[in-house]
Structure formats: structure tokens, C-alpha cells
Design a protein around this ligand. Structure first.
Ligand code: ADP
Ligand code: MG
Length: 748
């Protein structure tokens, strides 16, 4: 090996830098693999590793999606454990009582095993295995799944190294789903643990075998210093990151917990950095290569609207946002802008002002809202606002509503008008992009209350195919934590409305138990007497719809009894027909019915400034973002707003945290950060399925600083070389890391 070694490492290093020498390296590896396998690269198939035969390599591909040496090395250990420390069962039982979450390890023998039927129809079976240590103390181990598999494995009399977190289960100190190691395989020091599917274990890939494979790779086939590092050296130095090879080795063979942390930091950085490269590159590519519609910042329409129709002065933030949008229009670069502003900050008028500029220059505008109720409300408002106004070429502005409930002849008519260019502004729900309609000259797409990732994703695809790339504005009131914004919207420009319109008073929030809800009702009665309006909201969560409706009906009876005939109210919920919903909205907006009883259909967007009080029933069942949105319904004028959170007496710890958060702050961003911590990013944005935030190493909650560093570096690098022409290895690495998980398109 000695003789070939220096020359072969040169080959590998070159291949890493020249990048596209892929097939060449492969054929070398195949040859060499036969004669002792010196020439392994990250791209070599795993079967070139001695000890991985065709059967195992097939199983690795099938169950772990591991095909190359790279895939194998990037298998993240589920955790590492300190095998130098041992506990007695007596100590473990103590810890179980304290429930500290600390992991333990001890040696014990199986003395008893039994299957316990549980659940309503005793359908579920739990496996309990009682083990005993050398001191004769006993502890229960439990398995809730794969019970038979473990039953067979846990033969009475057999010895195991048991590893896990002590807790209480079925009223006894226990460990749920412990890790087991055969005492023969006992290892010392820091040991990594991998989550291997049982099928793989059955096919002979024990933890020990996996470790041996890693050992062979790092010792003989691909030592750390021969793993090429695609990250530009200046970044590595500046951010104080381990070389890739060292990080990979330390990941699998950590010498200390710090070494493991540092290895993880390097891999997290890579992941975040490559994602940011993709996002920032997308933005630069768009700006440098795509031609959008260019229109000057001129025309009478906006000035007339401003003078004659707008009853208030814009806030500085609103002016700035409008200006930023106009700049994009003028430059003719297809705009992709996020307008972020807390509930009630006045995003709609920014959208309208920018829409008017487009309309005045002969382009059509499409405004999409997440619900029919909100689309309808926008339509009502915009129609009233624009009534009688004409564009510079003299035509009266046509604003139309197209939702799922517009059908038949009317729908055909609308679609024809749209195609002929006789509709200036089309308002609809997000469904418009599911079943795209045809415009004559679509210039501008506005997506309101966008906090579902899929919508934007889809809009990107759909509107790419328009003859002219339209400008896109996304409006979001869900104040997205900065890290998420940088990830989800990393390719967008951002305008922010920080200040609320003048005179807004912070909402006063109270927490009441259900038994005291009448206090809130009495308060509402007072407010109604002063000409104000109010909402009472009930949760409607899909899984328990029937129960929720029963709940709502009972609530309505209570409200009827309390408010009587003097205070007419309307009901609004998802099961009503669209016309019924519109009727209810109209009655409430006009003030004919001063009180609205609703489910969370009013969660987003609804804007009735006279409504100043909201009572949220079963508030513990709402998420933080929802609560904040709901509370935002009453922060739309200079009157003092009030919010009552009504809950049951017994609250879960998380629910209590949410209620407390609502009582202590009205700041949407603060609440969003908290929400991120309580729920995690996937659920927060409804992107669980999208694969978008499918990060393997990094966490959007815990690695915020690293993310910001990575983004800064990505911008710096791309500004200097936005196609990464001088960094082919990096380009390839990004493809390798993200592959088809790339959120947007492909890397160039
Ligand atoms: P959101 O940002 O939540 O969509 P809206 O655009 O619905 O908020 O605005 C909330 C309310 O504030 C609306 O009734 C709107 O007319 C009003 N509004 C918007 N901008 C101003 C302003 N600069 N001064 C006073 N009221 C404003
Ligand atoms: Mg809005």
C-alpha cells in the first residue's frame, strides 16, 4: 500500500477539485477494490467496501437509502453514550422517581417476561421484561411495539447491557424501549448508537459490524485527510470549522463530547450553507437572467385613489413597502417579495396601491386569499374602494370574485372576460392555482395570508408559465421566526410593516375559567351598548368535528339565553353554504348584527374595525399562532381592544405556556419564536409533508446563529461568483447533500 498511497491520494484530491471526473474515479475504484480496495472515494458504491457483500449492499439501499460511501458516512448516529459509566438498578429506580431524563446503563439478567393486554378492547399488547442486577434489585423494561420480536430475544436468564432513560410506566419504575447490547460486544468510552431498522439487524448488520465497517474505511480505505473538502478554505477558517474528513470521523468515533459537538457543527453548517446557497442563488439568477414586466412609477390612478379614496395617511412603513414594490416594478426584475406585518398592520392597502399601478399600465392583477370568507371580504372592500375609478385609458376598473362556489354560466362568463382582458382585478381563493385560470395579461399576483408553504411553492410553478413572468407579492401576518423566514423565504425580498397604524392601543387580555365566562359576556353587553361589536369563537378541530359542533350548538344556546333578543347575533362556521356565510358576514360588517359567534373560519384576515372584543372559548385547544391571529381581529381601530381566553380548569403544561404567553405579550414575533420552540418548524408552517425543512443535522430552533452565519457566507460567495464557476466541488457537494430534497428547482 505504501508505494501507491501518495500517488493515489493525489488522484483523489484532484478528483475532488475537478469534480466531474466522477466516472473516471469510479472505474479506478472498481479495479482497485478487487485488489484490496485502496482507491475508495465518497462516490464509490458501498459494495466496494470489504465486508459489504451484494446482499447487505442491497439491504442498505433498500432500508436506509444508503448507496455510496458518502451515504454511509453521513448516517447520523441517533446519539452517543458514555459507556464508561455504570449504574446499579437501585440508582436507576431512584432516578426514575426524579424523572430527570438522564440516560443510564447497567448490566442485568432477564428474570421474567410477559405480554400484557391493554387498551379499551384489550387489543394492544405491551411487553414487560423484568431484569435483575448483581445486587438482586429488579426493574421493568417495556416495549409497546414489536413486542414479539423482543419477547423472543429476551430469553429468561440471558444477560444484557441495558441502556435508556428511567421513568415511570404502569405505576412502576421502568425503562421504555431500552437499547440492548450483548455483553460480549461491550465497549468502553464514548459509543455512538445508530437507529438501524430491525430488518437490517436481522440481515446481519449489527452495531458492531457497522462500527467495524467504519473502522476499515477510516483506517485503510479513505483516511480523513483524503476526503476532499468542498467548502472554500476561507470559510472554514473564518467559521472555525473542522475539515470535512475529520468531522466525519469524529461523528462516528468521537473521542469526547466536544469532539462530537464540533463534528456536528461542521455538518450542520454544511447543510444550512448549501441550502442558503440554493436559495440565494435562485434569487440572484432570477434577478440577473429573468425579464419581468417593467412599468414606470407614474399614472393618475394611484394619485386619484390616494387623494379621493383613502381616508387615512399611510404609515412610514407602508410608504416604504409601497416604494420598494414600485422599485421592483420599475426595474423589470420579476418581483418575489414577502410583505410581513403583524395582524392589523395594514398590509391590504399596500397590496391595493401596488395593484393599482399595474392596472393603470394595462396589466391584470390576481389576489388570492386562504378562505372564501376572506376572498369575499376583500372583494367587497376593493369594489367599494375602487367604485367609479377609471384607469388612464378611461375604462372603469373591474374587480371580480371567483371562488369555488361561483359555478355554471357565471363562471364561464367570468373566465371569458378574464381571457379577453376585461377584468382588471381577480379575487379568489388559493384554489386559483390548483386549477389555473387563463389571463390575457397577468402582471401581478398577490397571495394574502400565506402561511402554508405549499401555496407559494405551487405559485412559483404555475406562474412561471405565463407569457410574461408576473410579479409576486406574498403577504404574511403569521410573524415567522427569522430562521424560518430565511429558510422558507430565503429566495424572497422582504418588506416589513413594523409599526401599527397610529392610535392603536395594545389589546388587554384576560384568562377566565369556563365557570366564569359570564363575566366576559357581561363585559360584551357593555361594549355593545356603546356601539362596539364582538366575536365569540369556538374551536373547530377536524378530528373531532362532530363533538365540536355539539359544543358550538351548546354555546349558541347559552349565548341566546344570555343576550336575548336585544343583541342579535350571526353564526359563521365552515359547514354553512357560501351564500349563508356571505349573508352572515354582511350582517356583521354592516353592524346589523353586532355580535358574531364563529368557529376559527374567522381566524385570518377578517377586518371589521368596530369589533373590539373577542372571547375565545376552549382557548387551550388553539395553537399560539391561531390565538394571536384571532386576537388580531379586534386590533383594527383606535378603540381599546379586549380579549378573553376561556379555558377549562385543568390545563396541560404546554397549554398553560401558551395562555401565559398570550397574557404577557402582544408581540407577534415574540409569540412566533415561542411557538417555534413549542411546536417545531414542520408543524408551525404546515410543511411537515413537503420535505422542505427536512434537515438532517441542523435544527431551526437551536442553530439560529449558525444559520445566519451560513447565509451571510452564501451571499458573500455568490456575490463574487453566483454560478460557483470557480467552485465545482462545492457545486457537486450541494447536489450531493440536497439531491432531490432541493426545495426549489435544481442547482445550476
Ligand atoms: P392586515 O395587515 O392584518 O391585513 P389590514 O390591511 O386588514 O391589516 O388593516 C387593518 C385595518 O387598519 C383596516 O381596517 C385598514 O383599513 C386600517 N388601516 C390600514 N392602514 C392604516 C393607516 N395607515 N391608518 C389607519 N388605518 C389603517
Ligand atoms: Mg389581511
Amino acid at each position: 500500500m505504501g508505494g501507491t498511497r501518495s500517488s493515489s491520494s493525489a488522484v483523489v484530491r484532484d478528483a475532488g477539485i475537478a469534480d466531474n471526473n466522477r466516472s473516471g474515479t469510479k472505474s479506478v475504484s472498481r479495479k482497485e477494490a478487487g485488489s484490496g480496495g485502496v482507491q475508495l472515494t465518497l462516490d464509490s458504491p458501498v459494495r466496494y467496501v470489504p465486508g459489504i457483500g451484494p446482499k447487505l449492499s442491497e439491504a442498505l439501499a433498500r432500508y436506509l437509502n444508503v448507496r455510496t460511501v458518502r451515504d454511509l458516512l453521513y448516517l447520523v448516529p441517533a446519539r452517543y453514550v458514555d459507556r464508561s459509566q455504570w449504574w446499579t438498578i437501585a440508582q436507576v429506580r431512584q432516578l426514575a422517581r426524579k424523572n430527570t431524563g438522564e440516560a443510564v446503563q447497567f448490566l442485568a439478567r432477564v428474570v421474567q417476561r410477559r405480554l400484557i393486554p391493554l387498551g379499551k378492547r384489550r387489543k394492544q399488547t405491551v411487553l414487560e421484561v423484568v431484569v435483575e442486577d448483581e445486587e438482586g434489585r429488579r426493574l421493568s423494561l417495556f416495549w409497546l411495539h414489536a413486542t414479539m420480536w423482543y419477547y423472543k430475544k429476551m430469553v429468561v436468564g440471558s444477560w444484557w447491557i441495558v441502556h435508556g432513560k428511567p421513568t415511570y410506566f404502569l405505576s412502576r419504575p421502568a425503562i421504555l424501549h431500552p437499547d440492548l447490547t450483548d455483553p460480549k460486544e461491550r465497549a468502553e468510552g464514548l459509543q455512538t448508537v445508530y437507529a438501524l431498522p430491525r430488518t437490517l439487524v436481522r440481515r446481519g448488520l449489527s452495531l458492531r459490524r457497522l462500527k467495524q465497517i467504519y473502522q476499515t474505511i477510516f483506517d485503510r480505505l479513505l483516511p480523513p485527510d483524503r476526503i476532499p473538502d468542498p467548502l472554500p478554505a476561507w470559510i472554514r477558517q473564518e467559521r472555525n470549522l473542522l475539515p470535512l474528513g475529520v468531522a466525519l470521523k469524529n461523528l462516528h468515533f468521537p473521542t469526547s463530547s466536544e469532539a462530537f459537538t464540533e463534528a456536528m457543527r461542521r455538518l450542520k453548517y454544511d447543510e444550512l450553507f448549501s441550502l442558503q446557497i440554493v436559495l440565494v442563488q435562485e434569487k440572484l439568477l432570477r434577478q440577473r437572467t429573468q425579464k419581468g414586466i417593467a412599468i414606470p412609477h407614474s399614472g393618475n390612478l394611484i394619485h386619484r385613489f390616494y387623494r379621493e379614496r383613502l381616508s387615512f395617511a399611510l404609515t412610514d412603513d407602508q410608504k416604504k413597502a409601497v416604494h420598494e414594490i414600485y422599485q421592483d416594478f420599475r426595474r423589470g426584475v420579476p418581483m418575489r417579495r414577502l410583505l410581513q406585518g403583524d395582524v392589523g398592520s395594514g398590509k391590504t392597502v399596500v397590496a391595493l396601491l401596488s395593484a393599482l399601478l399595474m392596472v393603470d399600465h394595462g396589466y391584470q392583477v390576481c389576489l388570492m386569499a386562504p378562505t372564501e370568507v376572506l376572498a369575499y371580504q376583500h372583494w367587497q372592500k376593493w369594489r367599494a374602494w375602487l367604485h367609479g375609478l377609471r384607469t388612464s385609458d378611461g375604462s372603469a376598473i373591474q374587480v371580480h370574485l371567483l371562488t369555488g362556489s361561483v359555478r355554471g354560466t357565471r363562471r364561464r362568463q367570468l373566465l371569458q372576460m378574464l381571457k379577453d382582458g376585461n377584468i382588471h382585478i381577480l379575487i379568489g381563493t388559493h384554489a386559483l392555482i390548483e386549477d389555473p385560470v387563463q389571463f390575457a395579461r397577468l402582471g401581478y399576483v398577490i397571495i394574502d395570508e400565506q402561511h402554508r408553504f405549499g401555496v407559494l411553492q405551487r405559485a412559483r410553478l404555475v406562474f412561471k408559465n405565463e407569457a410574461l413572468t408576473p410579479h409576486v407579492l406574498v403577504m404574511s401576518a403569521t410573524p415567522i421566526p427569522r430562521t424560518l423566514a430565511l429558510t422558507i423565504y430565503g429566495d424572497l425580498d422582504v418588506s416589513v410593516l413594523k409599526t401599527l397604524p397610529p392610535g392603536r392601543k395594545p389589546v388587554k387580555t384576560f384568562h377566565l375559567y369556563e365557570s366564569h365566562r359570564e363575566e366576559a359576556y357581561r363585559f360584551i353587553r357593555q361594549e355593545l351598548n356603546r356601539g362596539r361589536q364582538a366575536y365569540i369563537v369556538f374551536p373547530l378541530i377536524e378530528e373531532s368535528e362532530t363533538m365540536d359542533y355539539a359544543n358550538l350548538e351548546e354555546g349558541i344556546r347559552r349565548i341566546e339565553a344570555f343576550f336575548g333578543k336585544d343583541y342579535p347575533f350571526v353564526v359563521l362556521h365552515g359547514r354553512m353554504k357560501p351564500e349563508e356565510k356571505q349573508e352572515a358576514m354582511d350582517a356583521f360588517t354592516s353592524g346589523k348584527a353586532p355580535l358574531m359567534v364563529a368557529t376559527n373560519v374567522i381566524e385570518v384576515g377578517v377586518d371589521v374595525p368596530r369589533a373590539t372584543t373577542i372571547v375565545i372559548e376552549s382557548a387551550e385547544r388553539f395553537g399560539l399562532a391561531q390565538l394571536h391571529q384571532l386576537r388580531g381581529r379586534v386590533c383594527r381601530s383606535s378603540d381599546q381592544p379586549y380579549c378573553f381566553l376561556v379555558t377549562a380548569r385543568r390545563l396541560s403544561a404546554d397549554a398553560l405556556k401558551r395562555i401565559q404567553a398570550m397574557l404577557t405579550t402582544t408581540d407577534g414575533f415574540e409569540l412566533a419564536e415561542l411557538d417555534l420552540q413549542l411546536r417545531g418548524p414542520g408543524e408551525l408552517l404546515g410543511v411537515q409533508q413537503s420535505g422542505m425543512i427536512n434537515l438532517r443535522f441542523a435544527s431551526l430552533v437551536h442553530d439560529q446563529q449558525l444559520l445566519q452565519d451560513a447565509r451571510k457566507d452564501a451571499i458573500r460567495l455568490l456575490q463574487e461568483d453566483y454560478l460557483l464557476r470557480r467552485y465545482p466541488a462545492l457545486r457537486k457537494a450541494i447536489r450531493d447533500v440536497w439531491g432531490d430534497r432541493l426545495p426549489l428547482g435544481k442547482v445550476g
